[in-house]
Design a protein around this ligand. Sequence first.
Ligand SMILES: Cc1ncc(COP(=O)(O)O)c(C=O)c1O
Length: 370
Amino acid sequence: MENKLKGIEEVLLMGPGPSLTYPEVYEALAMPTLGHLDPYFIEIMDGIKGMLQEIFQTKNELTIPVSGTGSAGMETVLVNLIEPGDSVLVVINGVFGKRQLDIAQRLGADADALEFQWGTPVIPAEVEAKLRKKKYKIVAMVHAETSTGVRNPAEEVGRLVKEHGAFYILDTVTSLGGIEIAVDKWGVDAIYSGTQKCLSCPPGLSPVSFSPEAVDFIMNRKTKVPNWYLDMSMVANYWAGKKRAYHHTAPINMLYGLYAALHVVLEEGLEKVYRRHGEMHKKLAAGLEDLGIKMVVEPEFRLPMLNSVWIPEGVDDAEGRSRLRYDHLIEIGGGLGDFAGKVWRIGLMGNTAREEYVDRLLKALADIIK
Ligand SMILES: Cc1ncc(COP(=O)(O)O)c(C=O)c1O
């Protein structure tokens, strides 16, 4: 039969994700589908768990990919750790912090928000002041705020949360595989990510990890997790132990893809991968400055993999991005939430963080603002 998708062109993905898929991942996705309890597939699952522990820098046993995108990971972490009435502090400086708050409220938490100006980082002293005033069971924050391009001080906030005896939840959808994440060292109790950003695997899975204390809480909850699909007390039985129990049919080929992506990242080496993201970010920032395009975030708080810029004067948001897409075959992202219509977001994630792509984008931008 004719390939009905043959007409899809390769677009250079330089937005907030998905990024350019690694060729090894495409190859893995096309491998023969095995049964979800096949012994060889279980070996692949164990390989994924081990590589996720390495990239998250954790010994946490419950470190697995959840079936679903980054938001499924967010929901998993919150739905498993929150019981109705629990006090939750959500530290917010962008769209994804707001999403955490929305989920916490839907779960009946006594949820407070501590908000910071968009484009600026979370200030640990203000988090500390809040923690002194009220006893929280959970504190949640986004490490890499994709809506603004800000890197939040995850380690410092983790230290404060631990001092105050709360569970620490961290969103690393955009940061995993692009900048350092140290789950055990930072005292993170529950973390989630996505595959389509710095792991350069198509969207569809969300790596998560839970500390032993978080697992203990989940296993001894007073109430059942109100979401059957994401209940870790049941999903964990498919991912651990000698005898695996069916929970839901795992997305087999997506897991092949993640397996390949993790291999690619770890074979390059975490230090080298982080350095590559940093170097490409510096090259892009210098090129943007030459073009007179201004970045939103102050240099010390910028994420290397997500660069937000003010839309150049005289350029229409939609038209500019459409010209990039159709004249230059490059995708960048528009602004989200408060930044819609004001900001463009340029991703340098995983396989996209390469010199040739930075050069191609800068040339295309020069053409657009001409
Ligand atoms: C920081 C952050 N958290 C959560 C999400 C949600 O992930 P997804 O869109 O894969 O569901 C995203 C997606 O861009 C994100 O950037």
